[in-house]
Design a protein around this ligand. Sequence first.
Ligand code: PLP
Length: 383
Amino acid sequence: MIYFDNSATTKPYKEVLHTFTKVNEQLFANPSSIHSFGGRVEKLMQQAREQVASLLHVQGKEIIFTSGGTESNNLAIKGAALRYRNRGKHLITLKIEHPSVLNAFKQLEEFGYSVTYLDVDESGKVDPAMVEKEIREDTILISIMHVNNEVGTIQPIMKISEILQRYPKVIFHVDHVQGCGKVPLEMKHSRIDLCTISAHKVHGLKGTGLLYKRDGINLSPILTGGEQEANIRSGTENVGGIASFAKALRLHFSKTENDIKKMFDIQRYLRDELEKLDEVIIHTPKADQAPHIINFSVKHFKAEVLVHALDKHEIFVSTTSACSSKQSKPSRTLLSMGVPLEIAESSLRISLSFENTLEEAKQFLQVFNTEINSLMKTMRRSK
Ligand SMILES: Cc1ncc(COP(=O)(O)O)c(C=O)c1O
Protein backbone atom coordinates (compact mmCIF):
# COMPACT_ATOMS: atom_id res chain seq x y z
CA MET A 1 0.00 0.00 0.00
CA ILE A 2 1.14 3.55 -0.71
CA TYR A 3 -0.59 6.00 1.61
CA PHE A 4 -0.41 9.51 0.19
CA ASP A 5 -3.37 11.02 2.05
CA ASN A 6 -1.67 12.28 5.18
CA SER A 7 -3.42 15.64 5.16
CA ALA A 8 -6.67 13.76 5.68
CA THR A 9 -5.18 11.77 8.54
CA THR A 10 -1.95 10.06 9.51
CA LYS A 11 -1.22 6.57 10.77
CA PRO A 12 -0.90 6.65 14.58
CA TYR A 13 2.61 5.90 15.84
CA LYS A 14 2.87 2.51 17.61
CA GLU A 15 4.03 4.29 20.77
CA VAL A 16 0.87 6.43 20.62
CA LEU A 17 -1.37 3.37 20.53
CA HIS A 18 0.61 1.81 23.33
CA THR A 19 0.22 4.90 25.55
CA PHE A 20 -3.51 5.09 24.80
CA THR A 21 -4.04 1.44 25.73
CA LYS A 22 -1.85 1.63 28.83
CA VAL A 23 -3.57 4.74 30.20
CA ASN A 24 -7.03 3.32 29.57
CA GLU A 25 -6.09 -0.01 31.16
CA GLN A 26 -4.25 1.30 34.19
CA LEU A 27 -5.25 4.91 34.75
CA PHE A 28 -8.88 5.01 33.78
CA ALA A 29 -10.20 6.99 36.77
CA ASN A 30 -11.86 10.34 36.26
CA PRO A 31 -9.23 13.03 36.82
CA SER A 32 -11.82 15.16 38.63
CA SER A 33 -12.46 12.46 41.28
CA ILE A 34 -11.06 13.42 44.67
CA HIS A 35 -9.71 9.95 45.54
CA SER A 36 -6.04 9.19 45.05
CA PHE A 37 -6.68 7.14 41.87
CA GLY A 38 -8.29 10.21 40.30
CA GLY A 39 -5.36 12.25 41.61
CA ARG A 40 -2.87 10.03 39.77
CA VAL A 41 -4.79 10.44 36.54
CA GLU A 42 -4.98 14.20 37.08
CA LYS A 43 -1.20 14.25 37.59
CA LEU A 44 -0.61 12.33 34.36
CA MET A 45 -2.83 14.75 32.47
CA GLN A 46 -0.99 17.75 33.88
CA GLN A 47 2.34 16.15 32.91
CA ALA A 48 1.05 15.72 29.37
CA ARG A 49 -0.09 19.37 29.37
CA GLU A 50 3.35 20.56 30.51
CA GLN A 51 5.07 18.36 27.92
CA VAL A 52 2.92 19.70 25.09
CA ALA A 53 3.37 23.27 26.33
CA SER A 54 7.13 22.90 26.47
CA LEU A 55 7.23 21.52 22.91
CA LEU A 56 5.22 24.54 21.76
CA HIS A 57 7.26 26.96 23.94
CA VAL A 58 4.18 28.13 25.83
CA GLN A 59 2.84 27.67 29.37
CA GLY A 60 0.82 24.67 30.55
CA LYS A 61 -2.07 26.91 31.58
CA GLU A 62 -2.27 28.15 27.99
CA ILE A 63 -3.22 24.70 26.64
CA ILE A 64 -6.90 23.68 26.39
CA PHE A 65 -7.40 20.07 25.32
CA THR A 66 -10.30 19.52 22.94
CA SER A 67 -11.69 16.80 20.69
CA GLY A 68 -9.72 17.97 17.64
CA GLY A 69 -9.14 20.70 15.10
CA THR A 70 -12.82 21.30 14.37
CA GLU A 71 -13.66 21.86 18.01
CA SER A 72 -10.60 24.04 18.63
CA ASN A 73 -11.47 26.24 15.64
CA ASN A 74 -15.09 26.55 16.79
CA LEU A 75 -14.01 27.33 20.35
CA ALA A 76 -11.50 29.95 19.22
CA ILE A 77 -13.83 31.71 16.80
CA LYS A 78 -17.18 31.50 18.54
CA GLY A 79 -15.59 31.74 21.98
CA ALA A 80 -13.77 34.98 21.10
CA ALA A 81 -16.71 36.43 19.15
CA LEU A 82 -19.06 35.88 22.09
CA ARG A 83 -16.63 37.00 24.77
CA TYR A 84 -15.63 40.23 23.03
CA ARG A 85 -18.97 41.10 21.38
CA ASN A 86 -19.26 44.29 23.41
CA ARG A 87 -16.13 45.62 21.69
CA GLY A 88 -17.50 45.03 18.20
CA LYS A 89 -18.95 42.45 15.85
CA HIS A 90 -16.62 42.54 12.86
CA LEU A 91 -14.52 39.48 12.03
CA ILE A 92 -11.95 38.76 9.29
CA THR A 93 -10.92 35.47 7.71
CA LEU A 94 -9.87 33.96 4.36
CA LYS A 95 -12.09 32.50 1.64
CA ILE A 96 -9.90 29.39 1.60
CA GLU A 97 -10.13 28.37 5.24
CA HIS A 98 -11.08 24.87 6.34
CA PRO A 99 -14.88 24.36 6.70
CA SER A 100 -14.49 24.17 10.50
CA VAL A 101 -13.46 27.83 10.34
CA LEU A 102 -15.69 29.03 7.49
CA ASN A 103 -18.85 27.44 8.84
CA ALA A 104 -18.19 28.84 12.32
CA PHE A 105 -18.09 32.32 10.72
CA LYS A 106 -21.19 31.59 8.65
CA GLN A 107 -23.03 30.68 11.84
CA LEU A 108 -21.87 33.88 13.54
CA GLU A 109 -23.27 35.88 10.59
CA GLU A 110 -26.67 34.42 11.46
CA PHE A 111 -26.26 35.99 14.91
CA GLY A 112 -25.58 39.47 13.60
CA TYR A 113 -21.80 39.44 13.22
CA SER A 114 -20.30 40.85 10.04
CA VAL A 115 -17.52 38.85 8.39
CA THR A 116 -14.98 39.91 5.77
CA TYR A 117 -13.78 36.93 3.70
CA LEU A 118 -10.45 37.87 2.14
CA ASP A 119 -9.29 36.76 -1.32
CA VAL A 120 -5.97 35.07 -2.01
CA ASP A 121 -3.64 35.47 -4.99
CA GLU A 122 -2.91 32.83 -7.65
CA SER A 123 -0.50 31.06 -5.28
CA GLY A 124 -3.17 30.84 -2.57
CA LYS A 125 -1.64 33.53 -0.38
CA VAL A 126 -3.27 36.52 1.30
CA ASP A 127 -1.62 39.92 1.08
CA PRO A 128 -0.93 41.13 4.67
CA ALA A 129 -1.68 44.70 3.52
CA MET A 130 -5.19 43.55 2.57
CA VAL A 131 -5.67 42.16 6.06
CA GLU A 132 -4.71 45.52 7.56
CA LYS A 133 -6.93 47.41 5.10
CA GLU A 134 -9.99 45.54 6.32
CA ILE A 135 -9.42 46.19 10.04
CA ARG A 136 -12.10 48.50 11.43
CA GLU A 137 -12.88 50.09 14.78
CA ASP A 138 -15.22 47.22 15.55
CA THR A 139 -12.96 44.37 14.39
CA ILE A 140 -12.51 41.90 17.23
CA LEU A 141 -11.08 38.77 15.60
CA ILE A 142 -8.89 37.72 12.67
CA SER A 143 -8.55 34.03 11.85
CA ILE A 144 -5.98 32.92 9.26
CA MET A 145 -4.81 29.39 8.56
CA HIS A 146 -1.08 28.66 8.63
CA VAL A 147 -0.86 26.01 5.88
CA ASN A 148 -3.70 25.47 3.43
CA ASN A 149 -4.93 21.88 3.58
CA GLU A 150 -5.66 21.61 -0.14
CA VAL A 151 -2.65 23.14 -1.88
CA GLY A 152 -0.12 23.54 0.93
CA THR A 153 0.43 27.31 0.61
CA ILE A 154 1.94 28.88 3.74
CA GLN A 155 0.26 32.13 4.78
CA PRO A 156 2.44 35.07 5.89
CA ILE A 157 1.48 34.64 9.55
CA MET A 158 4.54 36.44 10.92
CA LYS A 159 3.99 39.49 8.69
CA ILE A 160 0.33 39.66 9.75
CA SER A 161 1.46 39.19 13.32
CA GLU A 162 3.78 42.22 13.00
CA ILE A 163 0.95 44.33 11.60
CA LEU A 164 -1.30 43.28 14.45
CA GLN A 165 1.19 44.64 17.00
CA ARG A 166 -0.42 47.96 16.10
CA TYR A 167 -3.92 46.59 16.84
CA PRO A 168 -3.65 45.16 20.34
CA LYS A 169 -7.40 44.78 20.75
CA VAL A 170 -7.83 42.45 17.77
CA ILE A 171 -7.66 38.74 18.70
CA PHE A 172 -5.53 36.71 16.28
CA HIS A 173 -6.34 33.02 15.74
CA VAL A 174 -4.25 30.67 13.59
CA ASP A 175 -5.38 27.25 12.36
CA HIS A 176 -2.06 25.38 12.55
CA VAL A 177 -3.52 21.93 11.88
CA GLN A 178 -1.62 21.31 8.63
CA GLY A 179 1.59 23.12 9.57
CA CYS A 180 2.23 21.54 12.96
CA GLY A 181 5.60 19.78 13.09
CA LYS A 182 6.36 20.51 9.43
CA VAL A 183 6.36 24.29 9.14
CA PRO A 184 7.64 26.09 12.24
CA LEU A 185 5.37 28.60 13.93
CA GLU A 186 6.40 30.67 16.91
CA MET A 187 3.46 31.43 19.19
CA LYS A 188 5.16 32.96 22.18
CA HIS A 189 6.99 35.78 20.45
CA SER A 190 4.29 36.67 17.98
CA ARG A 191 0.86 38.26 18.12
CA ILE A 192 -0.85 34.87 17.93
CA ASP A 193 -3.48 34.71 20.67
CA LEU A 194 -5.18 31.44 19.76
CA CYS A 195 -3.81 28.47 17.83
CA THR A 196 -5.42 25.20 16.77
CA ILE A 197 -3.62 21.84 16.56
CA SER A 198 -5.12 18.41 15.85
CA ALA A 199 -3.55 15.15 17.05
CA HIS A 200 -4.52 12.88 14.16
CA LYS A 201 -2.56 14.99 11.66
CA VAL A 202 0.64 14.33 13.61
CA HIS A 203 0.29 10.57 14.04
CA GLY A 204 -1.83 10.93 17.18
CA LEU A 205 -5.40 9.73 17.55
CA LYS A 206 -8.59 11.06 16.04
CA GLY A 207 -10.75 12.86 18.59
CA THR A 208 -7.93 14.76 20.32
CA GLY A 209 -6.67 18.25 19.76
CA LEU A 210 -5.78 21.44 21.52
CA LEU A 211 -6.28 25.14 21.46
CA TYR A 212 -3.41 27.34 22.57
CA LYS A 213 -4.93 30.33 24.37
CA ARG A 214 -2.50 33.05 25.31
CA ASP A 215 -2.62 33.88 29.01
CA GLY A 216 -4.87 36.91 29.44
CA ILE A 217 -7.16 36.16 26.50
CA ASN A 218 -10.66 35.16 27.55
CA LEU A 219 -13.13 32.94 25.70
CA SER A 220 -16.78 32.18 26.27
CA PRO A 221 -17.06 28.41 26.58
CA ILE A 222 -18.91 26.57 23.83
CA LEU A 223 -19.29 23.37 25.83
CA THR A 224 -20.55 24.16 29.31
CA GLY A 225 -20.78 21.64 32.09
CA GLY A 226 -18.44 20.39 34.79
CA GLU A 227 -15.94 23.25 34.34
CA GLN A 228 -12.99 21.14 33.18
CA GLU A 229 -10.12 22.78 31.25
CA ALA A 230 -10.32 25.97 33.33
CA ASN A 231 -14.05 26.15 32.65
CA ILE A 232 -13.46 26.79 28.96
CA ARG A 233 -14.10 23.26 27.72
CA SER A 234 -16.28 21.09 29.92
CA GLY A 235 -16.51 17.32 29.63
CA THR A 236 -14.62 14.44 31.23
CA GLU A 237 -11.16 14.58 29.76
CA ASN A 238 -9.98 11.97 27.26
CA VAL A 239 -6.86 11.29 29.31
CA GLY A 240 -5.65 8.38 27.16
CA GLY A 241 -6.04 10.60 24.10
CA ILE A 242 -4.29 13.52 25.80
CA ALA A 243 -1.32 11.42 26.98
CA SER A 244 -0.99 9.83 23.54
CA PHE A 245 -1.25 13.28 21.91
CA ALA A 246 1.72 14.43 24.01
CA LYS A 247 3.63 11.36 22.82
CA ALA A 248 2.72 11.96 19.17
CA LEU A 249 3.81 15.59 19.35
CA ARG A 250 7.10 14.66 21.01
CA LEU A 251 7.86 12.09 18.31
CA HIS A 252 6.71 14.41 15.54
CA PHE A 253 8.78 17.31 16.87
CA SER A 254 11.85 15.07 17.13
CA LYS A 255 12.01 15.06 13.32
CA THR A 256 15.00 17.01 12.15
CA GLU A 257 15.57 19.55 9.42
CA ASN A 258 16.99 16.67 7.44
CA ASP A 259 13.68 14.77 7.69
CA ILE A 260 11.85 17.85 6.44
CA LYS A 261 14.37 18.22 3.62
CA LYS A 262 13.71 14.59 2.62
CA MET A 263 10.01 15.37 2.40
CA PHE A 264 10.75 18.40 0.23
CA ASP A 265 12.95 16.17 -1.98
CA ILE A 266 10.03 13.77 -2.56
CA GLN A 267 7.70 16.70 -3.25
CA ARG A 268 10.21 18.20 -5.73
CA TYR A 269 10.72 14.86 -7.44
CA LEU A 270 6.95 14.40 -7.86
CA ARG A 271 6.62 17.95 -9.17
CA ASP A 272 9.48 17.56 -11.68
CA GLU A 273 8.11 14.29 -13.01
CA LEU A 274 4.47 15.40 -13.12
CA GLU A 275 5.45 18.62 -14.92
CA LYS A 276 6.76 16.52 -17.79
CA LEU A 277 3.21 15.34 -18.56
CA ASP A 278 1.22 17.57 -20.93
CA GLU A 279 -2.07 16.80 -19.20
CA VAL A 280 -0.87 17.86 -15.76
CA ILE A 281 -1.24 21.32 -14.22
CA ILE A 282 0.39 21.81 -10.82
CA HIS A 283 -1.39 24.07 -8.34
CA THR A 284 0.90 23.94 -5.31
CA PRO A 285 3.17 26.98 -5.49
CA LYS A 286 6.93 26.60 -5.86
CA ALA A 287 7.66 29.03 -3.04
CA ASP A 288 6.20 29.34 0.45
CA GLN A 289 4.70 25.87 0.27
CA ALA A 290 4.63 23.22 2.99
CA PRO A 291 6.77 20.14 2.32
CA HIS A 292 4.00 17.55 2.43
CA ILE A 293 1.34 18.64 -0.08
CA ILE A 294 1.32 18.62 -3.86
CA ASN A 295 -1.92 19.42 -5.64
CA PHE A 296 -2.36 19.05 -9.38
CA SER A 297 -5.02 18.57 -12.04
CA VAL A 298 -5.07 16.11 -14.87
CA LYS A 299 -6.87 17.75 -17.79
CA HIS A 300 -9.91 15.92 -19.22
CA PHE A 301 -10.41 13.62 -16.23
CA LYS A 302 -12.62 13.99 -13.20
CA ALA A 303 -10.54 13.61 -10.06
CA GLU A 304 -12.72 10.75 -8.77
CA VAL A 305 -11.86 8.66 -11.83
CA LEU A 306 -8.17 8.99 -11.06
CA VAL A 307 -8.58 8.33 -7.33
CA HIS A 308 -10.39 5.08 -8.16
CA ALA A 309 -7.86 4.11 -10.83
CA LEU A 310 -5.02 4.47 -8.29
CA ASP A 311 -7.08 2.79 -5.59
CA LYS A 312 -7.06 -0.46 -7.63
CA HIS A 313 -3.29 -0.51 -7.02
CA GLU A 314 -3.64 0.25 -3.29
CA ILE A 315 -2.39 3.79 -3.84
CA PHE A 316 -4.39 6.24 -1.77
CA VAL A 317 -4.59 9.91 -2.73
CA SER A 318 -7.35 12.40 -2.32
CA THR A 319 -9.46 14.62 -4.55
CA THR A 320 -9.54 17.70 -2.34
CA SER A 321 -9.82 18.05 1.44
CA ALA A 322 -11.19 14.82 2.94
CA CYS A 323 -14.34 16.45 4.33
CA SER A 324 -15.46 18.06 1.08
CA SER A 325 -14.33 15.22 -1.19
CA LYS A 326 -17.40 13.07 -0.53
CA GLN A 327 -19.62 16.00 -1.45
CA SER A 328 -17.91 16.11 -4.88
CA LYS A 329 -17.57 19.87 -4.65
CA PRO A 330 -14.73 21.52 -6.56
CA SER A 331 -11.98 22.88 -4.34
CA ARG A 332 -12.87 26.30 -2.95
CA THR A 333 -9.17 27.02 -2.57
CA LEU A 334 -8.43 26.38 -6.25
CA LEU A 335 -11.40 28.47 -7.38
CA SER A 336 -10.21 31.33 -5.13
CA MET A 337 -6.76 31.04 -6.72
CA GLY A 338 -8.41 31.66 -10.10
CA VAL A 339 -8.23 28.07 -11.38
CA PRO A 340 -11.05 27.47 -13.91
CA LEU A 341 -13.89 25.25 -12.66
CA GLU A 342 -13.21 22.43 -15.12
CA ILE A 343 -9.56 22.22 -14.05
CA ALA A 344 -10.44 22.54 -10.35
CA GLU A 345 -12.80 19.58 -10.76
CA SER A 346 -9.94 17.37 -11.84
CA SER A 347 -7.54 18.14 -9.02
CA LEU A 348 -5.75 15.54 -6.95
CA ARG A 349 -3.91 16.01 -3.68
CA ILE A 350 -0.92 13.94 -2.66
CA SER A 351 -0.02 14.50 0.97
CA LEU A 352 3.08 12.98 2.51
CA SER A 353 4.21 11.98 5.97
CA PHE A 354 7.75 11.52 7.28
CA GLU A 355 7.26 7.79 6.68
CA ASN A 356 6.87 8.08 2.89
CA THR A 357 9.86 7.31 0.67
CA LEU A 358 11.23 8.33 -2.71
CA GLU A 359 10.76 4.71 -3.77
CA GLU A 360 7.01 5.05 -3.15
CA ALA A 361 6.95 8.25 -5.22
CA LYS A 362 8.62 6.35 -8.09
CA GLN A 363 6.11 3.50 -7.85
CA PHE A 364 3.27 5.98 -7.76
CA LEU A 365 4.49 7.68 -10.95
CA GLN A 366 4.82 4.40 -12.77
CA VAL A 367 1.24 3.41 -11.96
CA PHE A 368 -0.02 6.93 -12.58
CA ASN A 369 1.53 7.06 -16.07
CA THR A 370 0.11 3.67 -17.00
CA GLU A 371 -3.36 4.57 -15.77
CA ILE A 372 -3.36 7.96 -17.53
CA ASN A 373 -2.29 6.35 -20.82
CA SER A 374 -4.96 3.72 -20.57
CA LEU A 375 -7.65 6.28 -19.69
CA MET A 376 -6.53 8.45 -22.62
CA LYS A 377 -6.82 5.48 -25.00
CA THR A 378 -10.32 4.73 -23.76
CA MET A 379 -11.26 8.38 -24.14
CA ARG A 380 -9.93 8.54 -27.74
CA ARG A 381 -11.77 5.34 -28.68
CA SER A 382 -15.06 6.66 -27.34
CA LYS A 383 -14.78 9.90 -29.37
C1 PLP B 1 -6.57 23.11 8.07
C2 PLP B 1 -7.46 22.22 8.88
N1 PLP B 1 -8.14 22.72 9.90
C3 PLP B 1 -8.95 21.96 10.67
C4 PLP B 1 -9.14 20.64 10.40
C5 PLP B 1 -10.09 19.83 11.26
O1 PLP B 1 -9.38 19.00 12.14
P1 PLP B 1 -10.07 17.70 12.79
O2 PLP B 1 -10.15 16.67 11.72
O3 PLP B 1 -9.14 17.32 13.92
O4 PLP B 1 -11.40 18.13 13.30
C6 PLP B 1 -8.48 20.06 9.30
C7 PLP B 1 -8.70 18.65 8.94
O5 PLP B 1 -8.52 18.24 7.83
C8 PLP B 1 -7.60 20.87 8.54
O6 PLP B 1 -6.93 20.37 7.49
